[in-house]
Design a protein around this ligand. Structure first.
Ligand code: AMP
Length: 178
């Protein structure tokens, strides 16, 4: 990074929207769509979210839906392929499926069985790490395919929710902790 460049935390403070009480009272929703919509913002977050893992991954997997933005752009920049980890029922062929806990009930994340070959080094990307339940399911999916999770990159990490601890010993890199 050049010295004259705005620190990434300042860029995120300037561009990300925080929506109080969405989708429920008490939740402070971090909306990164204005960062995606800004030319410099998109380039900075994509470049910086993949940088710590440079040269160590063969493919980037993105979590539906905002993780797709980061994973597709990151894969293009790094010259790798991109894999979609999708919510239940969206993928048309044979899948691996992993359930994870939500505040109320469970949800399921799926991966096409042949989208990642055994032994592939996979970087997982998502926008926000909260409790780590969603990324945890993604890690299990990749491992069920016989592949290796080399790291987890997120733009924002919500402190105090235990996400990073839940994902240990996997390497987690966040551009900003809030
Ligand atoms: P997690 O609790 O880590 O499984 O988070 C679940 C998903 O919900 C992640 O993919 C995040 O994109 C999203 N998410 C959770 N909490 C927030 C929040 N406060 N603001 C924005 N997105 C969130």
């Amino acid at each position: 990074m050049q010295n004259s460049e705005e620190p990434i935390a300042d860029l995120l403070d300037r561009l990300a929207a925080v929506v109080p009480d969405y989708p429920r009272p008490g939740i402070s929703f971090k909306d990164l769509t204005p960062v995606f919509a800004d030319a410099e913002g998109l380039k900075r977050i994509v470049d910086e979210v993949i940088a710590p893992f440079a040269g160590r991954f063969d493919v980037i997997a993105g979590l539906e839906a905002r993780g797709f933005v980061l994973a597709a752009a990151g894969a293009y920049a790094a010259g790798t392929g991109m894999v979609t980890l999708r919510k239940k029922g969206k993928l048309p062929r044979e899948v691996h499926a992993e359930d994870y806990l939500l505040e109320y009930g469970t949800a399921t994340l799926e991966l096409h069985r042949d989208d990642i070959a055994p032994g592939t080094r996979v970087l997982l990307l998502d926008d926000v790490l909260a409790t780590g339940g969603t990324v945890g399911a993604a890690v299990r999916l990749v491992e069920r395919a016989g592949a290796e999770v080399v790291g987890i990159g997120v733009v924002l990490e919500l402190d105090g929710l235990g996400g990073r601890q839940k994902l240990a010993p996997h390497e987690v890199h966040a551009l900003q902790r809030v």
